[in-house]
Design a binder for this molecule. Structure first.
Ligand SMILES: Cc1cc2nc3c(=O)[nH]c(=O)nc-3n(C[C@H](O)[C@H](O)[C@H](O)COP(=O)(O)OP(=O)(O)OC[C@H]3O[C@@H](n4cnc5c(N)ncnc54)[C@H](O)[C@@H]3O)c2cc1C
Length: 254
């Protein structure tokens, strides 16, 4: 197999990760908003639940990098799976919709610092479908008698994808219909969060999705009494602005 581009090797060294060439095994639409991509390559790129990989893909005349959380890993077959949001016009979205099996690409991983909080008795996952891969991989790593609550805003009924969990883990899944609200409007998720009574024991919230929505949910979680180290959050994308070529959304205040 060919070697990664020099820029990938250099970037991987800077972020203390590995760069490798992976091959697309399959790409298929899972729902109106999500495409599932299976990659063949070094499974250690996938890291642990909560980690993501950075892929290098062509965007017109140049290349950009996009980060995608790992949904699941099959170490025996050296494969891992990504769930990519493809219901908007963007470089990653267009690439995932059209990529063919057999295509090779540079992948850098594992990336990301958010992993499961082992102290928590209950885990609350909040966001939009771009966070679903991370939510389910993290949630499936919870041991019984832990509890999992997943609250995700969706645009289409078919985006309400489910997962299976170990017996002994208490799971509640709530899909919030966006009902035409703007993508940076947190009202739907705030309302669902308001209806969730926090159990009295230790909990941890994980918030992934649109920049302004993540920010509003962080404030709401703090107001509900969660401490800063009980909330893990990451803006995955920002409404109306493309992510930078290195994959991060614009975090400026303007
Ligand atoms: C750590 C990390 C993990 C991530 N994991 C995932 C993941 O598992 N799955 C996933 O789908 N994405 C994930 N993302 C986001 C992903 O990396 C891309 O930034 C995002 O999918 C948009 O890339 P794009 O090139 O398609 O669009 P861009 O070129 O960045 O944006 C083009 C336009 O599309 C809009 N847009 C971007 N994303 C969305 C969206 N989801 N819904 C509606 N409009 C959008 C933007 O506002 C912009 O107007 C993650 C991001 C980070 C930082």
């Amino acid at each position: 197999m060919s070697a990664p581009h020099r820029s990938s090797t250099e970037l991987a060294a800077r972020v203390h990760a590995t760069a490798a060439v992976c091959t697309v095994v399959s790409a298929r639409p899972l729902s109106p908003s999500l495409t599932e991509l299976v990659l063949h390559g070094d499974p250690t790129l996938a890291g642990q639940p909560g980690n993501d990989v950075m892929v290098r893909l062509r965007d017109g005349e140049h290349h950009v990098r996009r980060r995608y959380s790992v949904r699941s890993v099959d170490p025996t077959n050296h494969e891992f799976t990504l769930w990519i949001s493809t219901n908007h016009d963007g470089a990653g979205s267009a690439w995932a919709r059209s990529v063919a099996p057999g295509t090779t690409l540079d992948v850098i991983g594992p990336r990301g610092k958010i992993t499961l909080d082992q102290r928590a008795h209950w885990h609350l996952f909040l966001g939009d479908v771009s966070g679903l891969a991370a939510f389910y991989r993290l949630a499936q790593s919870v041991d019984g008698p832990g509890r999992v609550v997943v609250i995700v805003e969706i645009d289409h009924d078919q985006d309400a994808l489910t997962a299976t969990f170990d017996e002994g883990v208490g799971v509640t899944g709530i899909f919030v219909d966006r009902r035409g609200r703007h993508r940076n409007d947190p009202a739907g998720l705030l309302s669902a969060l308001g209806a969730f009574a926090f159990p009295p024991d230790t909990g941890h919230a994980y918030v992934f999705g649109e920049f302004a929505v993540v920010r509003a949910l962080r404030v709401a979680l703090r107001d509900r009494g969660l401490a800063d180290d009980e909330v893990s959050h990451k803006a995955y994308w920002r409404d109306g602005r493309r992510n930078a070529d290195h994959g991060e959304p614009d975090k400026s205040d303007d």
